[in-house]
Design a protein around this ligand. Sequence first.
Ligand code: C5P
Length: 394
Amino acid sequence: MKTVLLMITGGIAAYKSLLLIRALRASGVRVVPVMTESASQFVTPLSVSALAENPVRSKLFDLEAEAKMGHIELSRSADLIVIAPATANFIAKIANGLADDLASTLVSAARAPIMIAPSMNVAMWENAATQENMSKLGERGFLSIGPTKGDMACGEYGFGRFEEPEQIHAAIMEQLGAAPLAGKHIVMTSGPTHEPIDPVRYIANRSSGKQGTAIANALINLGAKVTFITGPASAARPEGAHIVEVETARDMETAVNAALPSDVFISAAAVADWHVEACEEKLKKTTDGLPTLCLSENPDILKTVCASKNRPKLVIGFAAETQNVVEFATAKRERKGCDWILANDVSPKTGIMGGDHNAIHLITENSHESWPEQSKTMAAKMLAERITDEIAKW
Ligand code: C5P
C-alpha cells in the first residue's frame, strides 16, 4: 500500500482536502495527515483524522506522538508528500528552508518527492516573492499542481484557485504509479433504454443507473479509463468517464461497437428486449378501436459482444431476476457467453431497482458468492476490487 503524507496548511480551500482524502482512501492509498496550526482554523483535526483513518500530527514537540513515530521517521514513511492547500506563507517558508513547525520540518527532512497544490488570492499568487519562491521550488524538483483560474472565496477572480480535488487525486495516483487499473480501458453500459412508440411516447423501465454510475466511479478511482454508455438514467454521470448518451437499445449497441476494443466490458444497462415498430406521427385516439403496438426484438448487446471478434478478455453481465435468482442467472451466464454474472433480485419488495442498496450474487464459471446487502457504492467497490484481482492474473 502506498503512503501519502498529506499536509494541510491554513487556507480556505482546506475543506477541499477532505474530499481529496476520501478519494485517496477509496483508491487504497494510506493517508498520514499533518496540519499546520492555522489549518485547524479552517477544518477540524477530527474530520481529517476520521476521513484519513489515521490521527493527525500537528505539533513538533508532541512527546507522545514523537515517542510512537519520530518526525524524521514520519517524513520517511511517505512515498509522496502532498501539500494541499499550500498557502503563500508555507511556500515562502519551505522555499527558504525554514523548519519552525512540524510540517516545514517534515519537508526539510524529506527524501520522498513533494507535490504542492497552491491556493491563495490572485494578488498573492502574482506577487513577485511568491513567483520567485515557486520557481526556486520547481528548480529543486518540487512538483506542483494548479493553481487554476476562477472565482475565489474572497470574491476576486484570477489565478490562485485551488485545483479541483479530482485532478489532484489523479496527479497523485499517476505520480505514485499506484493505480492498479491504470492503462486499462473498460467499456460499460448503464441505465434504462427508451424505445419510442411515436414521437412523444416511449417504453421504458425503472432502472435509475445508480449502480452503473457507482461502478464507473469505483473503476475510475482505481485508475481505469472508462467509456460509459448510458441510456436516459436519472443518476448523476460519473466524473472523469468518457460519457456517451444514447436513447434506444439499437443506439446503445452502435455505441458499444464503436467503443470497443477494451480490456473489460460491463453490461449494467437494463436494455429493453423489444422495440416498437415506431410511428412517424403521434398516435391518435380514433373511434376504430385501440391502436396495436407491433414489437420487434432488440439486439442482445451482451451476447453480441461475447461473440464478437473484439471480445474483451473479461465480460460481465447483470441478471435482474424476480425468482430463482441464482439458478436463472447461472443459466443466463452460459446462454450469453459472458465470464461473470452479477445477479440481483429486483422484485419490488427488495427496493433494489431505483434504490440505494443492492444484494448481489457473483456467478463465475466455477463459483458462486453471495455478497451482503450493502450500498450500491460499496457493491461497486467490491466489484472493482474483483476486477483488479482478475486483471492482475493476466
Ligand atoms: O436477457 P436479460 O435482459 O435478462 O440479460 C441481462 C443482461 O444482458 C444485462 O447485463 C443486460 O445489460 C444485458 N442485455 C443486453 N442487451 C439486451 C438485453 C440485455 O446487453 N437486449
